[in-house]
Design a binder for this molecule. Structure first.
Ligand code: PGA
Length: 227
C-alpha cells in the first residue's frame, strides 16, 4: 500500500518535555494505516521521543571529524531517526546552504540509509516573473539523482505566511516535478486542518510537510484525520 506521508516540521520549537507530551498524545491516536506520520524535531529533543518515524531537520555530510557544531548521519541514526529534511528554504536563506551542499547531504543520507526529504521552492518574485519551473528544474537537477528520496515542494511565499498555494497550483507543480524525478512529492506551506483534504484530493500530491500547524496537537490531529 502506498502511504500518504504527513511530516511535522517543528523547526526551532519545543523542549524535550513538550515533545514527549505531544508524542504521548500522538501514540494514543489510531493513525489510519494508509498514512505515515514523521516527526522532525530539534536535535536535542529527538532521542527523548518514542516515535517510530523520527526525522532530523538537517545533517552534515561527513560521518565524523573536526566540524564543531555539526551533526553527522551517524548521530542522526544514533538519535533514532530514519528520516532527514534537507535543503529547507530557511537553511538556504539563513544559513547559506547551496544546491551543491544539499546534493552532498542527499548522497550522505542515501549512503547511510536515512530517508531524505529534499525541499525545493520558488520565491514570490520568481513566481511573478514566471520562473517557477526554471528554478525548480535547477534545484532538482543539482541533486544528481532521480530516485531514492522524497521531494517537498514548498513555495517560499507560502511558508509561515498563512497564504497557501491553491491545491490546483500545487498539483501543476507536482506534475511538473514528477516528470523530472520518480519520487513521492509532498506539499508544504501554510498547510492547515482546513485545507488538508483539498491538497490530498490532488492526484500528484503524495503527502504534506506541516510547520506551524504541527506544533499544536489538536491541529495536527485534525490534519492526520481529515482526508
Ligand atoms: P508552515 O511551514 O506550515 O508553517 O508554512 C512549512 C515548512 O516550512 O516546512
Amino acid at each position: 500500500m502506498k502511504k500518504a506521508l504527513i511530516v511535522a516540521n517543528w523547526k526551532m520549537h519545543k523542549t524535550r518535555t513538550q515533545g514527549r507530551d505531544f508524542i504521548q498524545k500522538l501514540r494514543r491516536l489510531s493513525v489510519p494505516r494508509d498514512r505515515e506520520v514523521v516527526i522532525c524535531a530539534p536535535f536535542t529533543v529527538l532521542s527523548s521521543l518514542d516515535w517510530k518515524n523520527l526525522g532530523a531537520q538537517d545533517m552534515f555530510w561527513e560521518a565524523s571529524g573536526a566540524y564543531t557544531g555539526e551533526i553527522s548521519p551517524v548521530h542522526v541514526k544514533d538519535a533514532g531517526c530514519t528520516w532527514v529534511l534537507l535543503g529547507h528554504s530557511e537553511r538556504r536563506q539563513y544559513f547559506s546552504e547551496t544546491d551543491s551542499m544539499i546534493q552532498k547531504k542527499l548522497a550522505a543520507a542515501v549512503q547511510n540509509d536515512i530517508k531524505p526529504i529534499v525541499c525545493v521552492g520558488e520565491t514570490r518574485e520568481q513566481r511573478k516573473r514566471s520562473q517557477t519551473f526554471r528554478v525548480l528544474r535547477k534545484q532538482i537537477q543539482a541533486l544528481k539523482r532521480k530516485s531514492g528520496f522524497v521531494v517537498a515542494y514548498e513555495p517560499l511565499w507560502a511558508i509561515g505566511t498563512g497564504v497557501n498555494a491553491t491545491p490546483e497550483e500545487a498539483q501543476l507543480v507536482h506534475v511538473f516535478l514528477k516528470k523530472l524525478v520518480s519520487v513521492p512529492i509532498i506539499y508544504g506551506g501554510s498547510v492547515k486542518p482546513e485545507n488538508t483534504a483539498s491538497f490530498m484530493a490532488q492526484s500528484a500530491i503524495d503527502g504534506l510537510l506541516v510547520g506551524g500547524a504541527s506544533l499544536n496537537f489538536a491541529d495536527f490531529r485534525k490534519i492526520i484525520l481529515s482526508f
